[in-house]
Design a protein around this ligand. Structure first.
Ligand code: GLC
Length: 570
């Protein structure tokens, strides 16, 4: 080879190596002058693939269905979709029982459909986030099939196997959160395996380095296919006390009628954070984001998930707001202040596939649409990222099963009637007022509620006053106004029990958000002097009220459940 040819080949090689690196580096580039990353500017949208759109008309949604609606999502203002598990699965827990982490369940399509979805998303600047079920596999996963085959099988130690304490006595008192004991005896080897969820979801043994490596490799497999991150499922239950200490009792019984216990030895063990850090190291190699299903009882716990050196999850979800009963300005104000004080980038969520829909939870029967808009104005104008749940933008309500026979979600069968399961919040997306809400030509796997007649994409697109059009305008504002992305959070009128108001301030301007959380008209006097606006000029950007909000910040009249968003200049 001549010298110049050699240099040419060397240059080619260097480009080949450098390209993926620079693509990664690009993903990690800040997207604004404040040093924020792409995910801090993104609106995330959770899709339950069984229920979003059914392209092959078999009653169950699929990846092609999602692909066909990317333009809808773009128009809505979505930047990233989180797809709940679409991997091969016996569907005992509707995908959260994974039997192969590196494929697509034929019900939802093929890997080629997945690649097309990622590519089509890319064309529209919509990223794809997958759901990673880290704590357990399906009992039909090849690892578990091998694991249970004998005490000396290669994968035996990939799961948690123990002898019983005695005949018909499990190793300890841990319970499955889904209503059964936490241990199931496997006759073949006469040992028990542990499962925090259904018996068909055996817990992986994260203390085994081979498990850890296999799981980290799963993330690489998907990052290489263009996935922009993961929502990590059930991270709190990754590790168990190796001594299998019994959990202490707690007062009362749970919804399955079992005595409560404090989950001290099978939840939130410190080792969880080692795993988070390792997952983060791999995510960083690809400029990807980790979102956590992080249940906290105290907002301060969020700090643990961000990591002491900010080296764990970039986006631990604040799920506490989903548990608030009713609308109480004081409660929200205190909570938001605490989330901000947790120090990193907040992540707000008002519902998901495990939680009664926000429309149903907050609605009072008389002002439901106004309340839906007001709640949207709240969590989409706060400092932080927001994760929407499909259908929230059209005011979809819960459609709970009417009888035990109708229930699909196994916990609803086990716990009926106290626990009706999660079918109600997982019903088909309502596209039209036509049959099956335009979701499918076949009978959908879950029934659509009567309210689909009015609350659907087609009808609401035509109605300027719809929940959908409010969301569209709100998300457009969020993308257009740098203050909504970059601005700090400055609470106002901190003693008002009915009206929650705050400013987002950035570079001498502010956006004022005023939310009347009560069913009665309210008057507020928002003195903006301490926030730096002594002679504020107000121009309304968005307002959900049928009657216009009138006044100046020093004397605003607010209709019931109104949301007003205005620009403030000095
Ligand atoms: C998470 C999921 C839930 C699932 C459970 C077990 O909580 O959100 O839907 O049933 O984990 O994987």
């Amino acid at each position: 080879m001549t010298k110049s040819k050699f240099i040419y080949v060397l240059a080619l090689l260097a480009t080949a190596i450098a390209l993926p690196l620079s693509a990664r580096a690009q993903q990690q580039q800040p997207v604004d002058a404040e040093g924020h990353q792409w995910w801090q500017h993104s609106v995330f949208y959770e899709i339950y693939p069984r229920s979003f759109a059914d392209s092959d008309n078999n009653g169950v949604g699929d990846l092609k269905g999602i692909d066909l609606h990317l333009d809808y999502l773009k128009q809505l203002g979505v930047d990233a979709v989180w797809i709940t598990p679409c991997f091969p699965s016996p569907q005992v827990d509707f995908g959260y029982d994974v039997s192969d982490y590196e494929a697509v369940d034929p019900k939802y399509g093929t890997l080629a459909d997945f690649d097309k979805l990622v590519a089509d998303g890319k064309k529209r600047n919509i990223k794809v986030i997958l759901d990673f079920v880290v704590n357990h596999t399906s009992d039909k996963h090849k690892w578990f099939i091998d694991s249970r085959s004998s005490k000396i099988s290669m994968h035996r130690d990939w799961y948690i196997w123990r002898d019983g304490k005695g005949p018909n006595e499990p190793p300890n008192n841990w319970l499955s959160t889904f209503g059964s004991p936490g241990w199931t005896l496997d006759k073949k080897t006469n040992q028990y395996y542990y499962h925090y969820f259904y018996p068909e979801q055996p817990d992986l043994n994260w203390r085994n380095p081979a498990v850890e490596k296999a799981m980290l490799d799963v993330t690489r497999f998907w990052y290489k296919r263009g996935v922009a991150g993961f929502r990590l499922d059930a991270v709190d239950t990754l590790y168990e006390d190796p001594a299998l200490t019994d959990n202490p009792p707690a007062p009362g019984t749970d919804k399955f009628g079992r005595p409560n216990q404090i989950e001290q030895f099978n939840k939130k063990l410190p080792e969880v954070h080692d795993a988070m850090r390792k997952l983060r190291t791999v995510a960083d190699e690809y400029g990807s984001v980790l979102i956590g299903e992080t249940w906290t009882t105290n907002v301060n716990e969020l700090k643990d998930y961000y990591g002491a050196k900010n080296d764990e999850l970039q986006m631990p979800m604040d799920l506490m707001m989903t548990g608030f009963k009713g609308l109480n300005a004081k409660e929200y104000r205190e909570h938001i202040a605490a989330v901000n004080a947790a120090g990193q980038w907040p992540v707000y969520v008002i519902t998901n596939h495990d939680i009664v829909r926000s429309y149903t939870r907050y609605g009072d029967g008389a002002h439901n649409d106004d309340i839906a808009k007001m709640m949207a104005a709240l969590y989409l104008t706060l400092r932080g990222s927001a994760i929407m749940y499909y259908g929230e933008e059209i005011g979809m309500e819960n459609n709970d099963p009417k009888s035990r026979e109708d229930v699909q979600d196994p916990i609803g069968k086990i716990g009926w009637p106290l626990e009706k399961g999660r079918d109600g919040e997982r019903t088909p997306m309502q596209w039209t007022a036509g049959s099956n809400a335009g979701f499918s030509k076949a009978k959908p796997w879950l029934p659509v509620p009567a309210s689909a007649q009015t609350h659907n994409v087609e009808s609401e697109t035509k109605d300027p006053d719809s929940v959908l059009n409010f969301y569209r305008q709100l998300l457009a504002l969020r993308h257009k106004e740098p203050t909504l992305l970059e601005g700090d959070y400055f609470p106002l009128n901190e003693d008002d029990p009915n009206v929650f108001a705050y400013l987002r301030r950035y570079k001498g301007e502010a956006i004022l958000v005023v939310l009347n959380m009560s069913a009665t008209p309210q008057k507020v006097n928002l003195y903006l002097g301490p926030a730096g606006f002594t002679t504020p000029k107000i121009s309304i950007l968005l307002n959900n009220a049928h009657a216009p909000v009138v006044g100046t910040p020093e004397g605003l009249s607010l209709p019931p459940f109104s949301a007003m968003i205005a620009k403030i200049t000095q």
